[in-house]
Design a protein around this ligand. Structure first.
Ligand code: GRG
Length: 302
């Protein structure tokens, strides 16, 4: 299944924000240390591989709502790069034999297959700390810098993404209620998506009400992202691979489709889209890109 054609504004915006964040990450990871060339190569492989750069796009798009199109996106580059480094680290570790044990990611060998397990563990570790170094080294005002570091550390650590991963690992062969499944996804993938929107809003100088509205928007699209992932696991595998079950189902993990059925999961997805759009309706400024991003998430293919 391929994604529908993107609106021209969103397509240009995604291209521009991807180029910005990739250039910042490349600059950060250009140098190496004698004897650590493989480590840096593995970090570049993981962080600059062919991903969608969705979290960086959210940072730029949320900042732009409040500052208008004349806002200088360079101010958000460090935050966007930091979020992408955390995301890349999480995928490298998620793919390891001790976790999901995947050989392929983004159509290429996973980091531990392309290099080796020890190098992949170190590359993930180093990408994680690189994220905070990026935020610290940037010339953002100190008060804003502290808020950004607080957002990212809380979202990525043991009260955010890592907790979600722990719950997910624990869910194999278990029956979760819908509320438990949702709580797990809000942490595992939702926390970083939420932090992306909030960090963008902070860069844009949002008021606390506006920050809250963007938080609700991000929480809805974060869950929608996961619901669509579960739907794609079933529909793509069935249509293209001739399988009837997706990755999580094959691992015997609960999914939105296993709990709600395909029709129920699709209804859930539309409900979340509605929640995201209604949160945006309270904001001033131009929210077209954020509406288009919500639709992109709801309609995307793998
Ligand atoms: C190992 C601490 C630790 C955490 C891992 C995010 C995560 C937590 C695991 C990802 C598991 C997974 C594949 C979930 C499905 C949805 C998802 C997050 C896909 C990957 O994100 P995309 O689609 O990736 O934004 P790209 O490749 O576009 O960057």
């Amino acid at each position: 299944m391929s994604s529908p054609t993107l609106p021209a504004e969103l397509s240009a915006f995604l291209k521009d924000s991807s180029q910005r964040v990739e250039s910042r990450i490349r600059d950060t990871l250009t140098e190496s240390i004698p004897g650590a060339n493989k480590l840096f190569e593995a970090m570049r492989y993981a962080a600059l591989g062919p991903g969608k750069r969705l979290r960086p796009a959210l940072v730029y798009a949320c900042a732009q709502v409040f500052r208008g199109v004349d806002f200088d996106p360079a101010r958000c580059d460090a935050s966007a790069a930091a979020l992408e480094c955390i995301h890349a680290y999480s995928l490298v570790h998620d793919d390891l034999p001790a976790m999901d044990d995947d050989d392929l990611r983004r159509g290429r060998p996973t980091c531990h297959i392309a290099y080796n397990e020890a190098t992949a563990i170190l590359a993930g570790d180093a990408l994680q700390t690189q994220a905070f170094e990026l935020l610290l080294a940037d010339n953002t005002e100190p008060a804003l810098k502290l808020l950004l570091i607080a957002e990212l550390s809380k979202a990525s650590g043991s009260r955010g993404m890592v907790a979600g991963q722990a719950i997910d690992l624990d869910s194999v062969d278990k029956t979760l209620t819908l509320a438990q499944l949702e709580a797990m996804h809000r942490l595992k993938t939702g926390a970083l998506i939420r932090a992306s929107a909030r960090m963008g809003a902070l860069h844009g100088g949002a008021t606390s009400d506006q920050l809250e509205a963007l938080t609700l928007y991000a929480e809805a699209i974060g869950l929608a992202f996961q619901v669509q992932d579960d739907i794609l696991d079933v529909t793509v595998d069935t249509a293209i691979l001739g399988k009837t079950q997706g990755a999580d189902a094959l691992l015997n993990k609960p999914t939105y489709v296993s709990l709600l059925g395909l029709k129920g999961a699709k209804e859930k997805l539309q409900g979340l889209r509605g929640e995201a759009l209604s949160a945006l309706s309270t904001l001033p400024g131009d929210t077209l890109l954020l509406k288009q991003l919500a639709d992109y998430i709801v309609q995307r293919g793998h």
